[in-house]
Write a protein of this length. Sequence first.
Length: 449
Amino acid sequence: MKMKSFAEYLEILNSNGSRLFKEAKLKEFGDENPTFVKLLKRAYSPEYVYGIKKVPGVENFGTLELSEHWTFVEQILDRLCSRAVTGNEAREEVASLLSILEEKEARVLENLLKGDLRCGVNVSIINKVFPGTIPEYPYMRCSLREGSNIGKFDWGYGVISQEKADGMYASIAVSPTGEIRITSRNGTLFANTEFSEFIEDFKAVADKGVCYNGELLVTENGVIQPREIGNGILNSVLKGGCFQKNQKPYYKIWDIIPQDYHVAGGKYMVPYESRLKLIEGMKGAFVSVIDTKIIHSLEEAMEHYVEVTSKGKEGTVVKNPKAIWKDGTSKDQIKFKIEAEVDLIVRGYNPGNGKNTKWFGSLVCESSDGLVQTNVSGFTDKERERIFNEIDSWIDKKIITVKANSLMPNTSGGPRRLFLPAFVEERLDKTEADTLGKIENIFKEAMGK
């Protein structure tokens, strides 16, 4: 009896939304045809990046099935992953393959290249039925202050406070033979062809047989780009795009773990202060250690946070020097984020871009004494539309509550501004905004002073 095609397997999986049904069918199909498990891995594993932004359209199809010619198909997929073929040549090769497949099987391949077979399964279901099929990548997350171990820190000994780099987390593994693999948080592999200069620079200062944890940034004409720009470029590169000639990757390191311990569910018991010493001297044209400061009180932690955010950066992470590394959330490294709410009066608005062109981008707001002025965003589409239609009743009349992470120091002599201000609500019960003095006190209270 002839086995079902991949397209038939996927149609059956998609016919029932029950997780138990899908698990049972996955097991049945995988036992019947082990190549089907390879199809799942090729579609859902982040280690495979094909670099095809838009799958080419095909009008005429053939009669071949994927399962029967899988070895040949994998050869083409490997050529895409390794960037042996790129651009138009890659699209032509994919179009040629699609044209010899039966139409439904061609649709399966199209979905594989897009990373979703459209059958209602995900990585957790696949790994439950076929353990270890899709690699899971380790990552040590930060805690927020509530529920962390910050109350147990030995401040007299000294605590580590580091800048929270405003980029994309990346792990760089250096094999015992010196081969480099750069992966995102979910394990998606960056193509080494786009990092050739970076890799040569990194090899010159890196140890072998270890994994580095840090933040990947992008410089343009030598200047580190803001998160929204840099991460947009990096996401494009992840999908098969290229850096422009004036753009370069840059890496800020904060940890080093031997490869044998840098695994899903892994732990490395060496204290962080010892691991940090191993990377202190790392410096190259494309790499440096994250900015680090030793502090001795919670007040100093807050001051360092304000110092960093006053430069327009995201914030800080406070770490116990005795902390181990582990895959999962660590109560010994805390993401500092101060949030305080203040009341401001609306003075105007800034034009919107993109989808907000027809409404506004942000509201210009200030304190009652005019000594704090800031552009407030964070509106839903529905709120933007309503406010814009009522804008005459808002300007110079409406008081709104704004949530922000800090009050920026005054460096230019003009009004002070808030860091990351976001709209919370209208204050229909208030007719006067807060003064600079009151706003300063609100932030002091939020910082525990």
